[in-house]
Design a protein around this ligand. Structure first.
Ligand code: SAM
Length: 241
């Protein structure tokens, strides 16, 4: 059964891994915001606000903006407070969407980012905060994002990454092991989830590699910038005109 065990097993199919991830997020949803605030000392909020500020020049009131993997809605809310647009949130985990609904009036869809129920060439901007690394197939995910973006549309992926500095990398490794894992276990009661989260970061391509992957899948104008010594990276890209 995909939802049991401490992490997606190597012999899981993509559908089983995806079901495991969805179930894990459903279990942590009630404590997700609280744990984010505790484990990041509120810095996670600054990352989302900073992202919203960087994206602001690309967002017009008539822009159709999808916040994919919206979770409990924090990036969506940061975007909405930065600038008006026609926002839409999507996540494949229903309990997360319920929490978003309490914060945002944007229409929400329960959907997998790998199979979006949206027309080709229909969005001006897609944002993904701390969700992309959970995709079971990154290249297929990028293909799907490219499909629904309008020509000239933009993609912004805010995600944990491997800090380029080895001291910071070592610090983060220790933080995850000695702080995040026990604290996550204690507050959420879901030990496997807070084991999975750092593991998913260490498996995720580092920032230069993700940028390369985005170019290979057909995105143009690919760039990234690190926030806070490279704990997270914001990748930006554009679908060619
Ligand atoms: C770590 S939370 C991030 C939520 C929010 N964007 C934020 O900034 O806090 C990741 C979210 O991605 C969602 N997610 C993961 N894989 C997904 C997929 N393939 N399709 C849709 N949602 C997905 C999870 O359900 C979860 O709500």
């Amino acid at each position: 059964m995909a939802s049991s065990g401490t992490k997606p097993k190597p012999d899981f199919t993509e559908a089983e891994s995806s079901a495991w991830v969805r179930d894990m997020f459903a279990r942590v949803a009630p404590r997700y915001d609280l744990l984010n605030r505790i484990l990041s000392f509120q810095v996670d909020r600054l990352w989302r606000w900073r992202t919203a500020r960087i994206l602001k020049p690309w967002i017009q009131p008539e822009s159709r903006v999808l916040d994919l993997c919206c979770g409990t809605g924090d990036l969506l809310v940061a975007l909405e407070s930065a600038t008006p647009a026609r926002y839409l949130g999507a996540d494949f985990c229903f309990p997360m969407l319920v929490l978003t609904q309490a914060k945002s009036g944007a229409p929400l869809i329960e959907a997998d980012g790998l199979h979006l129920p949206l027309r080709d060439n229909s969005l001006d901007l897609i944002t993904i905060g701390f969700g992309f690394r959970n995709f079971v197939n990154y290249r297929a995910g990028l293909d799907e994002l490219l499909r629904v973006l309008k020509p000239g549309g933009r993609l912004a992926i805010l995600e944990f990454t491997q800090p380029p500095n080895s001291f910071v990398r070592g610090f983060m490794k220790g933080w995850n092991r000695w702080v995040m894992d026990p604290m996550g276990r204690l507050v959420s009661g879901q030990g496997d989830a807070y084991q999975y989260l750092p593991e998913s970061v260490s498996r995720f391509p580092d920032a230069p590699l993700l940028a390369k992957m985005m170019r290979e899948q057909g995105f143009g104008e690919v760039s990234f910038r690190y926030f806070d010594a490279g704990i997270v990276a914001l990748h930006l890209a554009q679908k060619s005109l």
